[in-house]
Design a protein around this ligand. Structure first.
Ligand SMILES: [Zn+2]
Length: 466
């Protein structure tokens, strides 16, 4: 939108003059000149009030001369009643406006066409404010969000409003995913996509992981505390592509990797998906999200994960031709656990670990298994590790994977689990019911992906409940 700079200038002059008078009046009473912070705060508050009134005036002015009758959704007729005031909570606070109100249909429902035209729901938060509330809610615990928001918005919003707006974003994301799933099972859509796929990445990565979330239903007032508390797995999927990093941009960790002969790689175009759901259900999302990104059509598809059986079962089921890699850091960690249990002497421990890690790095998994089996039978970790390496041996040919230039550490999706689960769902004061945890996590996943804007656009065009 283009704005008339002359009008802006004239409003600014009036505003400056008004605040100048206020500052002068204060000086007259002997008070010192206001520091800039106070002037800024005053000016913001005045601008918020101006915005609030202007928005109300604008909405009221959009009301055209009302027709005496309009048709109702039910097929009946609605009759014009009167101009009626409504209030919404916008980015400027509680904003009131007047619009034509219709009623008198046999279905008993009333209607204000202006509300529908602008996507307004009286008594509710506007789409513009909803976006900001959800941004706070995906970043801070719900009890801390209002305080944070107040500094930015200059008015109070309740914890429950932040919660419901954030969770609503997650609900919209859930609906989008359900549509994707339905589409990905539609033969006609799949054939059409095959003929005209659009962008197909040449090498695509998928990483899968899971993290525990504590579920503890909130008690309603007067209700006895429900005893059961439960830990549920939040499954997280990340799709991404990889680019190489120029030496100057490399982080310390990447520099260490380079020492290990690995070209420095960085994930890009990350898309996160998550849910608390059984593997079967998550598989549908894995397939559907992969369809929209043409993962299955890419020349090379690489999956990274830890040793969890559900991960590789899903990959085998939906992407049987994909390269399967056990994330290097998970594999390495197993050796560290074995070393810690098997050796009390620190230098012996370090020597063993260094050798066996190098062997694993070279993809000699059979040698690694033998090294574990040669440790005393009393070492439980060694026996478990031997089984783990045996079951995943083909996913640990790190020499070959490195030669092919694959990223072998799933740091990307691990940080997805960290960013979604640890950094939000495990915040102090967080208490979750399953649906709240899932919707908050899905909203956060969209924010971390490139999908946030399209999610907000959908929030703006929500079909309104009449
Ligand atoms: Zn009706």
């Amino acid at each position: 939108m283009d704005y008339n700079t002359e009008i802006i200038e004239s409003i600014a002059q009036q505003l400056a003059e008004m605040l100048k008078q206020a500052v002068k009046a204060q000086q007259m009473t002997g008070q010192k000149t206001q520091p800039i912070a106070q002037i800024e705060a005053d000016m913001r508050e005045v601008m918020r009030q101006i915005g609030n009134q202007a928005l109300g005036m604008l909405l009221s002015s959009m009301q055209t001369t009302p027709a005496s009758e309009i048709s109702c959704k039910c097929g009946g007729i609605l009759h014009y009643q009167r101009m009626r005031e409504a209030t919404v909570i916008s980015v400027f606070g509680k904003t009131s406006y007047k619009r034509a109100y219709y009623a008198g249909c046999t279905c008993q429902k009333g209607k204000a066409p202006l509300d529908e035209q602008f996507g307004l729901e009286p008594g509710k938060v506007t789409a513009g404010l909803a976006k900001l509330l959800a941004l706070a809610g995906i970043e801070f615990s719900y009890d801390k969000s209002p305080r944070w928001l107040e500094s930015y918005l200059l008015f109070d919003v309740s914890e429950n409003t932040v919660r419901s707006e954030t969770e609503q974003m997650g609900e919209i994301q859930t609906q989008c995913e359900e549509k994707l799933i339905a589409k990905s099972q539609d033969e006609a859509f799949l054939q059409q996509r095959q003929r005209n796929p659009g962008y197909v990445p040449s090498r695509m990565y998928g990483s899968l992981d899971a993290a525990k979330v504590r579920i503890e239903p909130r008690c309603k007032k007067g209700e006895e505390k429900k005893a059961h508390e439960d830990w549920r797995d939040m499954k997280v999927l990340c799709w991404y592509e990889v680019e190489s990093v120029s030496p100057a941009q490399r982080s310390t960790r990447q520099r260490q990797k380079v020492v290990r002969e690995q070209p420095a790689l960085r994930a890009k175009n990350m898309r996160y998906f998550c849910d608390i759901i059984e593997a079967d259900g998550f598989g549908k999302l894995l397939w559907a999200s992969g369809c929209t990104l043409n993962a299955d059509l890419s020349a090379e598809l690489v999956f990274l994960g830890d040793g969890a059986v559900w991960i590789w079962n899903l990959v085998n089921q939906y992407y049987p031709d994909a390269v399967q890699i056990v994330d290097w850091y998970h594999a390495e960690e197993h050796l560290e656990i074995v070393a810690a249990e098997a050796f009390t002497c620190l230098s012996e421990r370090a020597t063993w670990l260094e050798q066996v890690t190098q062997t694993l790095w070279e993809g000699q998994v059979e040698e690694v298994i033998l090294a574990c089996q040669h440790l005393p039978a009393s070492c439980t970790a060694a026996r478990q590790a031997a089984t783990y390496f045996t079951n995943n041996s083909e996913r640990m040919r790190y020499d070959r994977f490195r030669a092919a230039g694959y990223m072998i550490g799933s740091g990307t999706v691990e940080s997805g689990c960290k960013q979604i689960v640890t950094q939000r769902l495990k915040l102090p004061g967080a208490q979750w019911e399953v649906s709240g945890a899932v919707h908050t996590a899905k909203a956060r996943a969209a924010w971390l992906s490139v999908d946030w804007k399209s999610l907000c656009d959908q929030r703006s065009t929500l079909p309104l409940a009449v």
